[in-house]
Design a protein around this ligand. Sequence first.
Ligand code: ZN
Length: 489
Amino acid sequence: MKNFLIKATLLLAAILCLDVYASGQSFKALVLTERGGQHEGFVSAALEWLGEFASKNDFSFTEINDTRAIDSTYLSKYKVFIQLDYPPYNWTDTAKAAFEEAIFDGTIGWVGFHHAALLGDFDGYPMWKWFSDYMGGIRYKNYVAETVSGTVEVEQPGHPVMKGVGSSFSVPDEEWYTFDRSPRRNVKVLAHVDESSYSAATDVKMGDHPVVWTNEKFKARNVYFLMGHHAGLFENKDFTTMFGNAVLWASGPGNWFPRFRMLIHVNNGVEQAHREFAADAVRFFREMTIGNGFVVDTTDNPDAFNDETLRTYHVVVSVNDNPGHTDAQREAFRRYMENGGAWMGFHAAAYNDASTHWPWFVDFLGGAVFSRNNWPPLPAKLTVDNASHPVTKGLPGSFISPENEWYQWSPSPRMRENVQVLVSLSPDNYPIGFKDVVENGDFPVVWSNTDYNMIYLNMGHGKRIFTDATQNFLVCNALRWLMRDRFTK
Ligand code: ZN
């Protein structure tokens, strides 16, 4: 038996060694370049240097000069995407969507240079908002047109990209782009340029001026270099060391976090009790991200309901307003849901009556139309309709929910075959209310339309909604269930 164990251990060790050897540095990189123009010198020097570096390090690369070939299948063949001075515009929509997905899911690493941060309105193209966020929420502002030399100071000497790089080094003849603000609050800065070292002096400065950084809010290992104007960079050992480190590092496995991205839409123009709930909901979900489990963004702009924005979120949360007012916003939300998006709606998010004029949304809610409510807001006994569903698993059969203005629906969504009612207001509450009294009737509170990845919870009026652990448990379960596919990646 002991002998067998030793043999098995040796065999395992041999397999592991073999595996390490076989995967080694052997991978394919995709290099997106712009040829000609003022950066041709840098690009051709980079390709020549990369050719030698690749053969020494046992990987290969493919050069493309536009994004027409790029889709998800195409990207899946590559471990690293090197954006060699190619700007973040003039990409096909297919390429953009495939790139966003691969970067978020970490199926490809990314190394970008110089022009990759040309974020703004250029050559008739609007700014790619996702890319601006990816670069740390920046917009291009200006550049040192006459090119000057500057001293780069390394801030994270322990980062793999900085291995073997001097603590500071000089970069000659660089354009030193400036941005509307420093990306620092959104990214990890690996190096900055000391603007007081500029020679010759220039007024084009931004104060805190990061020049190498990585955005850890994406699974992909990624690094951006602001440098990349001049072929002379390839005579700079510190620069080529960083370049090489970045390519090898980015070819490795992505981070495990974040698992998904959530967008919370808040309407700040609604009644006070619905604004109070919205603020509590934002805080509640933000607190769940401690440790980088997922990303929460909030917006009070209903124009966020557009295809380009929605496709970058795995779940949209509507806390106090319908997911869209104009036809364009509503259609974008419909496409998002029909393409597999996830939605969690609370309380007034589902409110609809004769004035809403959105039949698709009523159907999406399982046919539910607002009928009446209790007043004032009151606690109520809720009962679990389906205890085997992941959203209600572990809940007691009934519990008292904190005070809420409860909406009753007519017709009840329970009438629809494609609706699963998970929690209802117990008839034990009847009559409920002092001013407005509800005395009877079917009263679903939490349900899902099984044709979509959606859940609606009627709670959401006032400051007390998140004061009950049982109910908070239900909300956590609901989110965990909506994002179930994101826990296998
Ligand atoms: Zn309300």
